[in-house]
Design a protein. Structure first.
Length: 248
């Protein structure tokens, strides 16, 4: 990158530009001018592509955190989106929030991060999703530039890869019950009593009532973290030990 004027007190705030949609208009402005924009609430800067014959698969995921559909461009991005949706520290998520523009010597470069996340304490976080073995030289350069831009803006930057497969399989299952319609308070109250101490999953469900009524509520409480189990050790099954979390 060159040596831009210190218009915003940090050269990076002038060196990087963001290209994004807001209020039905497209904007391209220096990072120092737009860093406070609510990027967790804007439309994607580019369309999601569905291409026949490729391994990746784009789609839309209903995100309970955002109360809206959020796009993804691969199964890996979808998995990471599910994990962010379950994270109690995340209060806003948008996909493909902006194009980040910069110059690498004479070359003009740009990169669209996968997600912008707003955290409960107000901080912003930019997330790129790429498996470790898929980070080539060009991607590494883009991630490094994005990290520099985020540091200048006061945002976090993380590049995440493939999650633990057992944990991810369990969370995918729980995500089926993420919507609030799965929460029935009388059943939830019974489950909290039953699992006050660790109990095998099916034993606790039978004690709480009819399993067809109880299981969706149980899985919603586990998605929400009110009830817990060892999601990393093995796939959930009838004998998985479930307990009430003490600290929320």
């Amino acid at each position: 990158m060159g040596a831009p004027a210190l218009a915003y007190g940090d050269a990076a705030l002038s060196a990087f530009e963001l290209d994004f949609f807001e209020s039905g208009q497209r904007w391209r402005r220096p990072l120092g001018q737009v860093w406070s924009t609510r990027f967790e609430a804007i439309a994607p800067v580019r369309n999601f592509r569905w291409t026949k014959g490729v391994e990746s698969f784009a789609g839309w995921y209903y995100c309970v955190t955002a109360r809206d559909h959020v796009g993804y461009e691969s199964w890996l991005e979808r998995d990471r989106l599910i994990l962010m949706d379950r994270d109690p520290q995340v209060v806003g998520i948008a996909s493909q929030p902006f194009w980040l523009h910069w110059h690498d010597g004479p070359r003009s470069r740009r990169h669209a991060p996968d997600y912008f996340v707003r955290l409960a304490d107000g901080r912003g976080r930019v997330v790129d999703v790429r498996a470790d073995d898929q980070v080539d030289e060009a991607a590494a350069e883009s991630f490094t530039a994005t990290r520099h831009a985020c540091e200048a803006a006061g945002w976090e930057f993380v590049r995440v890869g493939v999650p633990d497969p057992v944990f991810m399989a369990n969370v995918r299952w729980l995500a089926r019950y993420r919507r609030r319609r799965c929460l029935q308070w009388p059943v939830a109250a019974r489950l909290l009593e039953v699992f006050e101490e660790p109990v095998p999953l099916l034993d606790g469900v039978v004690e709480a009532g009819d399993r067809l009524e109880v299981l969706p509520v149980l899985f919603h409480l586990m998605w929400s973290g009110v009830l817990a189990a060892d999601l990393r050790g093995e796939l959930l099954h009838d004998g998985s030990v479930v307990w009430k979390e003490r600290v929320r």
